[in-house]
Ligand binder design. Structure first.
Ligand SMILES: C[S@@+](CC[C@H](N)C(=O)[O-])C[C@H]1O[C@@H](n2cnc3c(N)ncnc32)[C@H](O)[C@@H]1O
Length: 261
């Protein structure tokens, strides 16, 4: 049974340490600015390439349509935004997005990486780039049909506030989708997963980026993230409906879906 269920209004777990919201925001910001250069390489190494399958499945489930106004929160280096665009381009009769996909992240270095990748792929103008945290979104109410967040919700300092913002940013009939690690993995893989995430990943982080602490935070923050049924309660409390989730890879990650009706 998971002990930590809901975050308090004033304090927040930073890995296994409890800190103020302000301190949490500051530390997460510093961490992602410092890992942004090696971020894509580390994702491949840490997940043994699995993150590509998870993200691919996530984008399939999003099932983007050209008329959708899409917000990619915690966009990082743009994996999800770019995959959504690539999927739209495969659609028959597609003549470019009707609306640019909004890639939003509080880390300027991440958004710069995202922009550089878009330039390399020749799709700079298919996105709009916004530097902002999920708790403080600079968008008008009801201006998106889809809000997606991939491996980002775990890092948000004030999850309740962020979820409220996602709901408000969505138009009626809009959908929120979240791809995130889960602390609730299948029992049969638990011992191996424990050793891999708590020992191998920080070691790998230290070897590649010289920052083992950042990757220790990653493993610890997964343990502190709510199990899917608790996240579903949090989404419902903030007004989302028709909440479902699907586990991938023995429960290592979940795809959550919730609607604004
Ligand atoms: C693990 S990366 C995920 C990037 C990308 N979505 C992916 O799946 O590869 C987490 C991202 O969350 C961002 N982040 C951290 N705090 C955040 C917050 N309060 N609101 C929104 N994003 C945040 C970080 O800057 C970082 O780019």
């Amino acid at each position: 049974m998971q002990k930590v269920t809901k975050i308090s209004e004033k304090r927040r777990d930073f890995g296994f340490e409890e800190v103020s919201l302000e301190e949490h925001r500051h530390r997460v910001g510093t961490l992602f600015n410092s890992v942004s250069n090696n971020y894509d390489l580390m994702n491949d190494l840490m997940s043994l390439g699995l993150h590509r399958y998870w993200k691919n499945t996530f984008v399939q489930r999003i099932n983007p349509k050209p008329e959708m106004r899409i917000l990619d929160i915690a966009a990082g280096t743009g994996d999800i935004s770019i995959q959504i665009l690539e999927r739209l381009r495969k659609l028959q009769n597609y003549r470019g997005p009707l609306h640019p996909i909004t890639a939003c992240d509080p880390s300027l270095s991440m958004i710069e990486q995202c922009r550089n990748r878009a330039i390399d792929k020749g799709c700079l103008n298919a996105f709009s780039y916004v530097v902002a945290p999920a708790e403080n979104l600079p968008f008008n109410p009801r201006c998106f049909d889809l809000v997606a967040i991939s491996f980002g919700l775990r890092n948000v300092s004030d999850r309740q506030k962020a979820i409220r913002n996602f709901l408000q940013s969505l138009d009626f009939g809009g959908r929120f989708m979240c791809l995130e690690f889960s602390p609730a993995v299948w029992k049969v893989i638990e011992p191996l997963y424990e050793v891999y995430s708590m020992r191998v990943i920080p070691w790998l982080g230290q070897m590649i980026t010289n920052d083992g602490d950042a990757y220790r935070y990653l493993a610890e923050s997964i343990r502190k993230f709510p199990a899917p049924e608790i996240l579903a309660e949090e989404l419902e409390e903030q007004g989302f409906q028709n909440i479902t989730w699907r586990s991938l890879s023995g429960g290592i990650v979940n795809i959550h879906s919730a609607w604004r009706t």
